[in-house]
Design a protein around this ligand. Sequence first.
Ligand code: 6PG
Length: 471
Amino acid sequence: MAHLGLIGIGVMGAAFAQNLAEEGHSVSMLDRTIAKMQAVANEGKDLKGDLIVCADAQALIDSLPKPRSILVLVPAGGPLDSVIDMLIPMLDKGDLIADLGNSNYKNTQARVAKLEAVGLHFLGMGISGGAEGARHGPSIMAGGSKDSWARVKGPLQDAAAAFEGDPCCDWFGPGGSGHFIKMIHNGIEYGDMQQIAETYGIMRDGLGMKAGEIADVFKGWMKGPLNSYLIEIAGEVAAAVDPKTGGPVLDIILDKAGQKGTGRWSVIEALHLGTPASLMMAAVEARNISAAKDSRLEMEAAFGPSPEVMIGALGTRKAAIDALENAMIAAKVCAYVQGFEVLKRASDEFEWDLDLAAIARVWRAGCIIRSVFLDEISDVFDGGGSSNLALAPIFQQRLKDTMPDLQKVIVAGISHGQQVPALYGALGYHNMRRTGQSTANMIQGLRDYFGAHTFERVDDLGVAVNGPWHD
Ligand code: 6PG
């Protein structure tokens, strides 16, 4: 059994310490508040492993067997750097620091280099599943110093979620690769949530459905290809009743979405890599617009509200709901094509040699985007499928079956003022992607006309020429 250090005993840290102890591993804990650690240790006193309260960093370091492995679960950025800078002079060569926060992969990259330069190891690990996951089995995406992975792999895989016996915890590559994968996980999470919000909007504003009826729809979708944690909890959120008003909880939640940055980073990185991420982009923009509530109210007063009732526009209510389900299936395939293509491009660009099948596998349980769908994706990659999942027979067929409904929902939705940016992000992307003859010949003509940027002739490929514009 392992003995690890864990710095940062907040909600996640406390849960993860107890999870490790439950698996029989001992954890030396360090936090600013001794009472908090004491409470965690007391609560976990019957667990198999020891939960040791350390009064300071020296006590933590002295308590650990060498080479030491110290997990850090403090807020990303400044707080994490303070912990690392405090530890560096106290550690011995070969010791390991592992960051389990939502750090930006570029910072992780720099930390790996900084620590390796002084003979220490650093792992950047994305951990998904919230506090519940941290306690009972999160999904863990590690990257960084490979030599040190073997040392923490056992206890982390014990603590991680498992899918049919396979732990959802792996090391994927050097540098910031683990945190890059977690960032894209969150970008996909944003897209999935935005699609849920858009279909909820159509049901609420377009079809005039009550929250409880909408909850039943989400529950029904759990029986089909959309079966996933987020659809499951969408059903629970929609069904919940506010004890104060006796009405739906959804009706008392302010419509301003928060965000901590990982969705935005995903979009920025996708843009840098030149890989489409229209659903993540739509999701981030929708959150940005949602946050400006005052300005939306001002605009509504000036222009009138946007969503209109659209009962009948998609046929009966049952037909409309079936079309919405298919629309989400089609959009979801596009979202995952985009996500995995960003990962593939990053892998090539940064020479990470990422195993896409292994990534899909660790997302099958424990994390927020876990779904039946990810099991199908991992099968496609295991069978040698490319990052363009749309061409894998199972998803190709699914897209052919559901795209007509995605188009129908968007046409009806937009013509009734519904907000469907993520759904449209999928349709626009798919349609452009299946167009052999694009309109970029016009772009190239314009670029060459005003800037002599050259273009290739279709009858003389590989040769840069100018057009006859200024003869
Ligand atoms: C997870 C979540 C987790 C966190 C998100 C929320 O995988 O467990 O993604 O990391 O809840 O970062 O992000 P926003 O606050 O940006 O929605």
